[in-house]
Design a protein around this ligand. Structure first.
Ligand code: ADP
Ligand code: ZN
Length: 623
């Protein structure tokens, strides 16, 4: 966009110049008569020429207008006689004519030589370079964002919002306790910085809040400012990215200088990804402005003295696209993840927002929380509002459960379109699936222990997740460990199969990963009994080129390929049988874990271990 804007003004300039040139040309040609060289010579011989200036390619001068009719035919002199003056200017193209000087002398004409400088040459040799120079200069001035008059645009239109007192406290933020605790620390930095600096520590500059829209990132940032009783500066990342190159950068500078004056304070940059997208991702051109703005932000953050008490909070829901430079130490090096709230969290959020609403006694907020998996804080606030409006429309004295049910249906319908909530049947499938992963992981000695299982949807792709934390960093894996991993991957799918006799599409990614893993075991690690210690895939060199010739991967015959596929199949089938046995034996545990997940949506390691212990002596059903 910014490019087109500049080109437009350049074109405008060129058009004006062209018009001026045409006008000038018109006036000049009205006063000057073009003659053919032969006519010029005729006039010279008849002593009608008064004065001549000889240029390199052109001869100009003055000619008497009287008595021309005797010399030239009438159609040729019409222009010369027209204005009635005694003399008239003329020009003619010069022709190689060595005798001309003598003839001029003979005719007693004053003549001078001349280095030609017509308006065209003036234009070419001076104005155009000047224009080009000016264009380049102003382009660079804008790029560098120098503090010239042009830059005032940035200052005047900057949408920086300042709140002296946000009035928001941590009591207004519910259900996201971990994030809240981490930010409480920031509050104490702001309140008594000396205490932290005493031992030489540095107060963090930037904290990045990562979470889905509506999870309360802005609310948390405001609460930090409110608790610390400091001013709150907000700006959205998209406000920084402007039409004109350099304006965004100017705004960043402006924001920081204003904030510095009001320190201690909080700067909150919403939608950081709009300005902080990794540089060089988009195709050539068009992102100069964003890059510049981003660079300016980095410069400001680096040059910033935290001891002044300015802390920068930023929010994004797409941390993966951020420029890595933003996340380096001294910039946004602290990350606070804000998850979607679980049932308990949703109940707490509802409680906060229900204060303003008259609820009927029969309404249990926990029931509402249970019916709204996947809802974030903003959705819940919206839900309460909708329900209150519905009840008011019906003339009720208080908001009843039926109003909530209607409101939930409405909001869910809206959210389902955006793929953000799941229906009860899906929820059960996901609960079985994740339980399967978790139980297999906990029953395999060499698999990483499970730290958390959740069926709260995360993003669009993952409906639930089982988090395994390795007990130590591992670089070398034994075959038995890989097999255990394979089992864990298949756990979800097999659980679905056992319960429903059918599998959902959610298990597809697991199967893909299981297949990849077994393929690697056979082809790279040589772990197949049948094919033995052979690797079939050339390792990829650090530069990305195949180290075994340009031919690429396939270094084996079709027959071997078939054998490999057979081996992969065998590994997967064996794993499948093992997992099926495990899960059939632990069917009761599977049900228990599923029920726990359906109710609470998450389970942490301690609870999971307790549950497993409780089911340790289950009688094994065999069928
Ligand atoms: P984000 O910045 O993450 O998109 P906001 O902070 O703007 O979300 O949240 C929008 C609104 O939703 C808030 O003003 C608040 O009313 C409500 N809200 C969101 N999360 C919470 C929460 N954890 N506790 C209470 N209210 C919340
Ligand atoms: Zn899975």
């Amino acid at each position: 966009m910014e490019k087109r804007e500049q080109q437009f003004s350049l074109w405008y300039f060129i058009v004006v110049l062209f018009i001026l040139m045409t006008i000038q040309n018109f006036f000049i040609s009205a006063q000057v008569q073009n003659l053919s060289y032969s006519d010029f010579k005729t006039l010279l011989k008849k002593k009608k020429i008064v004065e001549v200036t000889v240029g390199k390619s052109q001869i100009s001068g003055r000619v008497l207008t009287e008595g021309l009719r005797e010399v030239l035919p009438e159609n040729k002199i019409a222009g010369l006689e027209k204005n009635g003056a005694e003399e008239h200017r003329f020009t003619t193209i010069r022709i190689d004519d060595p005798g001309l000087t003598q003839e001029l002398e003979a005719a007693n004409v004053r003549f001078t030589g001349k280095l030609e400088s017509t308006w065209i040459t003036v234009l070419l040799s001076w104005i155009i370079p000047a224009v080009i120079f000016f264009a380049i200069w102003s382009f660079f001035m804008r790029r560098m964002g120098a503090a010239s008059g042009v830059m005032e645009i940035g200052k005047n239109k900057a949408k920086i919002y300042i709140e002296k007192e946000t009035g928001v406290t941590f009591d207004d933020v519910a259900g996201i306790d971990e994030a809240r605790e981490e930010l409480m620390e920031v509050v104490s930095f702001l309140k008594n910085p000396e205490q932290y600096r005493r031992l030489g520590g540095n107060i963090p500059k930037g904290v990045l809040l990562v979470g889905a829209p509506g999870t309360g990132k802005t609310l948390l940032a405001k609460a930090v400012a409110g608790e610390a009783k400091v001013p709150f500066f907000t700006m959205s990342g998209s406000d920084f990215v402007e039409m004109f190159v350099g304006v965004g950068a100017a705004r960043v500078r402006d924001l920081f200088s204003q904030a510095e004056k009001k320190a201690p304070c909080i700067i909150f940059i919403d939608e950081l990804d709009a300005m902080g997208k990794a540089r060089g991702i988009s195709p050539v051109g068009g992102n100069d402005e964003r890059e510049q703005t981003l660079n300016q932000l980095l410069v400001q953050m680096d040059g910033f003295d935290t001891n002044k008490g300015v802390i920068i909070l930023a929010a994004t829901n797409r941390p993966e696209i951020l420029d890595p430079a933003l996340l380096r130490p001294g910039r946004f090096d602290r990350h606070v993840a804000i998850d979607r709230p679980d049932v308990k969290g949703r109940e707490k959020i509802l409680k906060v927002h229900a204060k303003k609403i008259t609820l009927s006694d029969e309404v249990k907020l926990l029931d509402i929380a249970a019916k709204t998996p996947g809802f974030v804080g903003a959705d819940l606030a919206n839900l309460l509002n909708e329900a209150a409006l519905l009840a008011a429309r019906k003339g009720k004295a208080s908001v009843e459960m039926s109003d909530f049910d209607t409101a939930i249906d409405r909001i869910v319908a809206g959210l389902e379109k955006k793929n953000r909530v799941i229906n009860p049947q899906e929820k059960e499938t996901v609960a079985y699936h994740e339980s399967g992963h978790a139980i297999v992981a906990m029953s395999r000695k060499q698999a990483d222990p499970v730290s958390k299982v959740s069926i709260i949807p995360r993003g669009i792709a993952a409906l639930g997740y089982t988090q395994q934390l390795p007990t130590e960093d591992r670089y070398l894996l034994k075959k038995t460990e890989l097999l255990d991993r394979l089992d864990v991957l298949l756990g979800g799918r097999v659980a679905e199969e056992l319960v429903y006799g059918d599998i959902s599409t959610g298990a597809q990614n697991d199967l893909q990963r299981a297949t990849d893993l077994s393929r690697h075991m056979i082809m790279q690690y040589g772990m197949s009994e049948h094919l033995g210690l052979v690797t079939f895939e050339a390792p990829i060199s650090p530069t990305g080129f195949n180290m075994m010739g340009a031919q690429g991967k396939k270094e084996y015959s079709e027959k071997t390929a078939e054998t490999i596929d057979g081996e992969i199949q065998k590994i997967l089938e064996k794993a499948h049988a093992r997992v099926k046995k495990t899960l059939s034996q632990k069917r009761a545990l599977l049900e228990a874990l599923k029920n726990h997940l359906l109710e609470k949506e998450v389970i942490e390691r301690a609870e999971l271990e307790a549950l497993i212990k409780a089911h340790a002596n289950d009688t094994v059903e065999t069928d």
